[in-house]
Design a protein around this ligand. Structure first.
Ligand code: 6PG
Length: 269
C-alpha cells in the first residue's frame, strides 16, 4: 500500500505520507531512537516558538510511552537547550485522581521532567483531577481561557498550542478520547469530563476542537501492542468513533507520527 515513501536520514526508516490526511510518518528502529527523535522534535519546535513569539506552549500526554522522552528532555544533553523560563506546560488529559496519585499524568511529568528543570512553577497548568470531573473540566477550560486571553463570548476562538504531544492506546484512543465515548463528539467545549466504561473511570480530556487547533500535533507510539490499531488508524477506513486517533487532523497545523518498528510492524500489510 503506497501510503508513504521513505525519506528519513535521522536514524530511522522515515516516511512522509505526503498529502495523506494523517500526516507525516517517521519510523524508528527502536525506543531509544524514537525517544531521541522525539526530544529533538520538541526542542526544535520550542526554540522556533520562543524565537518567533517569545513562548512555547505544550500539552503533554500521559501514560507510559512519553516517560523516557520526558527523562531525556530533563537530561543535561537537552535541558540546557531550552529556555525554560519561556516554556508553558499543560496536559492533554488527566485521570480523575489526586496529583500525587501513582496514576496521575501530572505526577509522572513532574517526576520525570518538571522537577528536574528550571521551569517557573506558575508556568505549569495541571488538570485538577481531584475535583468532581465536570468541575475539573470547567476549571481547566477557565484556565485555558485566561492563559490564551480568550473572551468567554468569543465565537469560534480556540486555544492554539504550539505542540500537542499525543499517545495512542492499543484501541486507537488518544488523550482520553476513547472509542464510543461522549467526549469524542464534543465540538463546543474545550475540555470534557469523559466516563470511560471499559476503565470504569472518569477522565478529563482536551476535546478535538482544541487538539485540531494545535500548530503541531505529534503522536509518539511504540510497541507491538499498538501495531494493529496503528494499521487501522493510518490505513483503515475512516471511522474515528472506533479509532479516535483518526480524529486528530489539525486544521492548520502539522501532524506527525513518530513510531518505532514494533508499532509499525503491520503497516503496509
Ligand atoms: C493517558 C494518556 C493516553 C495514552 C495512551 C497510551 O492518560 O493514559 O494520555 O492517551 O497516551 O493510553 O498510553 P501508553 O503510552 O501507556 O501506551
Amino acid at each position: 500500500m503506497s501510503l508513504w515513501r521513505g525519506t528519513d536520514t535521522s536514524g530511522g526508516r522515515g516516511a512522509a505520507m505526503t498529502d495523506h490526511p494523517l500526516g507525516d510518518l517517521q519510523i524508528y528502529r527502536d525506543m531509544p531512537a524514537l525517544v531521541k527523535a522525539g526530544a529533538e522534535h520538541v526542542v526544535a519546535l520550542a526554540q522556533t516558538a520562543i524565537a518567533n513569539q517569545g513562548r512555547f506552549t505544550v500539552a503533554l500526554s500521559g501514560g507510559s510511552t512519553p516517560r523516557p522522552l520526558y527523562a531525556l528532555l530533563a537530561s543535561p544533553a537537552y535541558a540546557d537547550r531550552l529556555d525554560w523560563s519561556r516554556v508553558f506546560v499543560f496536559w492533554g488529559d488527566e485521570r480523575c485522581v489526586s496529583p500525587d496519585h501513582p496514576d496521575s499524568n501530572y505526577r509522572m511529568a513532574r517526576e520525570t521532567l518538571l522537577d528536574q528543570v528550571p521551569i517557573p512553577q506558575d508556568h505549569i497548568f495541571r488538570m485538577r483531577g481531584e475535583l468532581d470531573p465536570a468541575e475539573a473540566a470547567a476549571d481547566y477550560e477557565r484556565v485555558l481561557r485566561a492563559f490564551f486571553e480568550m473572551r468567554e463570548t468569543a465565537e469560534g476562538a480556540v486555544p492554539c498550542f504550539d505542540l500537542l504531544l499525543q499517545g495512542m492506546g492499543s484501541d486507537g484512543h488518544t488523550a482520553s478520547l476513547f472509542p464510543g465515548t461522549e467526549a469524542l463528539r464534543e465540538r463546543i467545549r474545550w475540555v470534557a469530563a469523559n466516563h470511560v466504561e471499559k476503565l470504569g473511570a472518569w477522565r478529563i480530556t482536551l476535546t478535538l476542537p482544541v487538539i485540531n487547533a494545535a500548530a503541531n500535533a505529534t503522536f509518539l507510539v511504540a510497541g507491538s501492542d499498538k501495531a494493529a490499531a496503528l494499521r487501522e488508524v493510518l490505513q483503515g477506513p475512516r471511522q474515528p468513533e472506533l479509532y479516535p486517533s483518526q480524529g486528530v487532523q489539525p486544521v492548520n497545523g502539522t501532524l506527525r507520527w513518530l513510531v518505532d518498528e514494533n508499532a509499525a510492524a503491520l503497516l503496509g500489510t
